[in-house]
Design a protein. Structure first.
Length: 113
């Protein structure tokens, strides 16, 4: 009985993490900052809602860490109090992140280990 409850609880946790956070994983950005106003190099979204990203904005590249959340198609990144809002969609092993202000998108590919 106790083992069944443990398996059930573990399954529920995995479904909760996987179902609400299809961005979980490590992603590699396509293109360069010359191609878009913002780009991501490698980005890791962890199931505990933290992230590490190599990001370029306006020609400046830096590593950022912080927290992330999703609601529907909205992705919010909070790095040390700087909040950035995007829309996103995951199609298989491809993540498309769009800046709603400019309408421009970047595409990232899931990194396989």
């Amino acid at each position: 009985m106790r083992r069944s409850l443990t398996v059930l609880a573990s399954s529920a946790l995995l479904l909760a993490i996987g179902g609400c956070s299809s961005v979980v994983g490590t992603w590699a950005g396509r293109g360069s900052s010359a191609d878009a106003p913002f780009t991501f190099g490698n980005v890791s979204f962890v199931g505990d809602r933290t992230f590490t990203a190599e990001a370029s904005y306006g020609g400046n590249t830096r590593v950022q860490t912080g927290t992330w959340s999703t609601q529907g198609k909205d992705l919010t990144l909070d790095a040390a109090g700087t909040v950035r809002n995007y829309t996103f969609k995951v199609e298989g092993d491809m993540l498309v992140v769009t800046d709603p202000t400019s309408g421009r998108s970047v595409t990232l590919d899931r990194v396989r280990n």
